[in-house]
Design a protein around this ligand. Sequence first.
Ligand code: TYM
Length: 311
Amino acid sequence: MYKLFTGLQPSGALHIGNYFGALKPAVEMCREYDGMLMVADYHALTTLKDPKAMHENILGVVKDYVAAGLDPEHTIIFKQSDVPEHTELAWIFQCLVTVPFLELSHAYKDKLAKGLEANAGLFAYPMLMAADILLYDTDVVPVGEDQRQHLEYAREAAAKFNNTFGETFKEPREKILKSVAVVPGTDGKKMSKSYSNTIPLFGTKDEITKAVMSIVTDSKGELPENVLAIHRAFKSEKELGALYEANKKNYKVIKEALIADVEAIVAPMRDKRDSISDADAKGILKDGGDRARERASKKMADVRKKIGVSI
Ligand code: TYM
């Protein structure tokens, strides 16, 4: 069975960009794959230093995963910090790649440009992500476009290790769906927690309405481009063509249609999410952590032997 792996950072509430770019494809593919979905808490620590928010967000992401349709019996849902082999392998990869190579990271440069502190964790971030993926002999990683380079880093880490210590890691490939590779936010830029331009995935109807109504519509042509760009994640070009043609310049009607389309998808998931307790989420993490650890410890035993530290 093919192996699928992906992760989301518990750095804030998920938005519809996360959903269409990564979560929805992962949920669909997990029906046929041996899937693992991770809560990337140690990645989130590069930016989030609020223990209470971290704790709440971790449980929140587990609920999001299940509400979006993942079956925790079939798919392993776990958190990164429960499997210390991730940070252990990341260290080994850091000893194989160079500083100039890591300096090429777009994500790192973007984060510095946004004014984030250049902590060493942020810098080494791609090697922890490489460890996440490679530990489990992953075949495919569903992600949004912003993670493409991270997959290149993961393949490079695998190749470096294999060349140095012998064939050990499989080179994974990314699965990026073209139509939703970059879901734009309410201002037309990429939807991102850090740009405050998101439509929350599990927001209340009021929050969703507020976010959609705030989409910037000072378009030059006849179409509200920013609304249409978000709407494309929900409906086909053909369906949208008719709606937008019939309501030229009537932005209110178009935005109301988008709110209805968001609600149609979100409302059932929101109800399901509300039915999952913190205790349920903790139970899922415990079970998933045990299953992930069993796999990771086997792989790391081989890695330790290969590098010569097993005596
Ligand atoms: P994160 O938490 O920033 O984002 C989670 C996923 O959502 C996708 N995404 C988007 N897709 C389309 N349009 C958007 N506007 C948009 N915004 C976010 C991201 O591409 C991502 O797939 N480094 C990862 C977390 C991670 C991971 C991993 C992923 C850690 N280890 C191993 C895969 C495999 C991240 O920061 O995702």
